[in-house]
Design a protein around this ligand. Structure first.
Ligand code: ZN
Length: 195
């Protein structure tokens, strides 16, 4: 089921999510719906609060290398926690499904040490780097109520104020269903829904 994605200015995206207590049918169904929603919206990562579930859960899509070899198959991360950051940083032009039509350069560490549970409840302690580390940091920020445009330079932040206001008011909307800050759902033309 394709779920509507919450606009970045909806209060749920400024609220720290709660830990998942049991990986039950409800969680597994949420994970399935999140993958379907992410593919429909053509994203590479999605946090549960972006689809209205204030839970510490995120998904990352398939990540390929430059030769289109699958580096990291799509995966759900439950109660993820960054244990440490590498010293090196790089820049990347990030976007976000909750912030339509905005891309901004964000500086982040290139490597993280991460602990999480998979959908079978198995604990993992892993090092992530490259695009995977980038996506995980963006999504874990969501789980903590942090948006990517809060991590850009103050000058850039000032320059995009008007655009952010338009996004907040629902004057810039994506071609997937979105819940606006006041709770209204944007209308998506039925012919645009790919089933
Ligand atoms: Zn995002």
């Amino acid at each position: 089921m394709i779920l509507p994605i919450y606009n970045a200015f909806h209060p749920i995206l400024k609220t720290k999510t709660k830990q998942v207590q049991n990986i039950d049918e409800e969680i597994l169904s949420l994970v399935d719906n999140m993958f379907e929603t992410m593919h429909f919206a053509e994203g590479i990562g999605l946090a549960a609060n972006q689809v209205g579930a204030s839970l510490s859960l995120l998904i990352v899509g398939d990540i390929f290398d430059e030769n289109e070899k699958l580096l990291h198959p799509k995966k759900a991360y439950i109660n993820p926690e960054i244990l440490s950051f590498g010293e090196e940083v790089d820049e990347f032009n990030e976007g976000c499904l909750s912030v339509p039509e905005l891309r901004e350069v964000v500086v982040r560490p290139t490597e993280i040490q991460l602990r999480y549970y998979d959908i079978n409840g198995k604990e993992h302690n892993e090092t992530a780097n490259g695009l995977l580390a980038r996506v995980l940091q963006h999504e874990i920020d969501h789980l903590n109520g942090i948006l990517f445009f809060e991590r850009i330079s103050p000058i850039r932040r000032t320059l995009i104020q008007n655009k952010l206001k338009k996004i907040k008011k629902g004057l810039i909307v994506p071609d997937y269903p979105m819940v606006l800050p006041d709770g209204t759902l944007t209308k998506v033309h039925s012919s645009e829904i790919k089933v």
